[in-house]
Design a protein around this ligand. Structure first.
Ligand SMILES: C[S@@+](CC[C@H](N)C(=O)[O-])C[C@H]1O[C@@H](n2cnc3c(N)ncnc32)[C@H](O)[C@@H]1O
Length: 353
């Protein structure tokens, strides 16, 4: 169903946001040059240190003399710091038109439950994830700013193959053709929720997230599309739902935002929530174990610049082993591959019948 919450950006905001996307494409050759330099100096990195921090020192020690690398770093740093602020400015320009439209969709068939006394997990509190000013809840309309402006105008425009296309593809990877009751962990502004709703039109869809601002936007999106989503301000590892009350538990790019212990706790929670024979489907970033030492350094470097404090420990975790430890069977991890890179990494698992 069409999402009607996508008003056109005004001229200045659109130009600034488009500039960010085009700058990425316009600097492709710089990145290619750095890649060639990396390949010629380090190959697959067999001689580089095992320890990632030591490796970082070794690689940057060599590359910092290269003009292309310095340009890439400067642009990367500027982009990381500025993209959220530029999107917030684009929102301010639009605010007089858009707030009334958004308020119209606070009511509708979807609902949002935010119980009093909810406490965000310690690892989430005060963390400026993605270097977003104030974190996911740092702006009264962060759901719109991130979900509509950053995500649709910048992320999707620079993502190999398109991130919305990837969400739809992943939603279709659950083992069965239909489900009655689906839980999405880390549903954020509802982009993957939307893909689930389109793929499983008869399912009851419940989403949890620890960010109220993103959930508010998911609510409006659900209402604007006429969906009956039930959204809860709750943590993936402690959802409060009844035992054996879902037949699919799923997430899309949640796990890299969680420390390893919270991932294990979320798997245990998914196991508790699933009916016997129920399925788990989760998609996330490339596993470090699938990357050579140079690729692993690159992923880690990108995570560091991108404000991803738990990426390293999350991407280093063996998700297949963690799911087996949680009691799941038929556990399968697949690096689906995107332009030769082992991403997205999708795990499926079943609770024994
Ligand atoms: C990258 S976003 C996920 C996006 C979403 N699934 C999509 O497709 O756009 C990660 C989300 O996970 C949420 N999150 C982080 N820790 C969480 C937790 N412990 N439980 C539930 N959600 C969490 C964040 O608030 C954020 O909205």
């Amino acid at each position: 169903m069409k999402n009607t919450l996508q008003p056109k950006l005004r001229q200045r905001g659109r130009a600034s946001v488009d500039f960010l996307a085009h700058m990425f494409h316009g600097t492709t050759r710089v990145r290619q040059g750095v890649q060639e330099e990396l390949n010629s100096r380090f190959g697959e990195g067999a001689d580089l240190p095992d320890d990632l921090d030591e490796r970082h020192k070794a690689v940057t020690g060599v590359l910092s003399g290269e003009p292309g690398y310095r340009v890439q770093q400067t642009i990367g740093e500027w982009h990381s710091r500025q993209h959220g602020l530029i999107a917030m400015d684009a929102f301010e320009e639009l605010k007089p038109d858009v707030t009334e439209l958004l308020a119209r969709y606070d009511e509708g068939p979807s609902r949002l439950v935010a119980e009093e006394g909810f406490e965000v997990p310690d690892y989430f509190d005060g963390v400026e994830i993605h270097r977003t000013r104030g974190g996911w809840d740092g702006h009264p309309y962060m759901g719109f700013v991130h979900g509509e402006i950053v995500h649709k105008h910048i992320v999707d425009a620079t993502y190999p193959g398109g991130i919305f296309t990837q969400r739809s593809m992943v939603a279709g990877l659950a083992p069965k053709d239909s489900y009655d009751r689906i839980l999405e962990m880390g549903c954020s502004t509802g982009h993957f929720t939307h893909a689930l709703a389109e793929t499983y039109p008869d399912a009851e869809i419940i989403g949890v997230d620890v960010s109220i601002r993103t959930l508010e936007h998911a609510l409006r999106t659900g209402n604007a599309c006429g969906y009956r989503w039930q959204l809860y301000l709750r943590a993936a590892e402690d959802t409060g739902f009844d035992d054996e009350s879902f037949d699919l538990v799923t997430s899309y790019i949640l796990l890299h935002e969680l420390p390893a212990d919270a991932i294990r706790a979320s798997f245990a929670e998914a196991y508790r929530l699933l009916r016997p024979g129920g399925d788990l489907l989760m998609s996330d970033v490339a596993r470090y174990a699938h990357l050579n030492k140079v690729q692993e350094w690159q992923a880690d470097q990108l995570a560091r610049y991108g404000g991803e404090p738990f990426w390293r420990e999350s991407a280093s975790l063996d998700l297949v082993a963690a799911l087996k430890n949680a009691g799941f069977e038929e556990v399968e991890g697949r690096a689906l591959g995107n332009q030769g890179y082992p991403y997205p990494y999708v795990v499926t698992a079943r609770k024994p019948a």
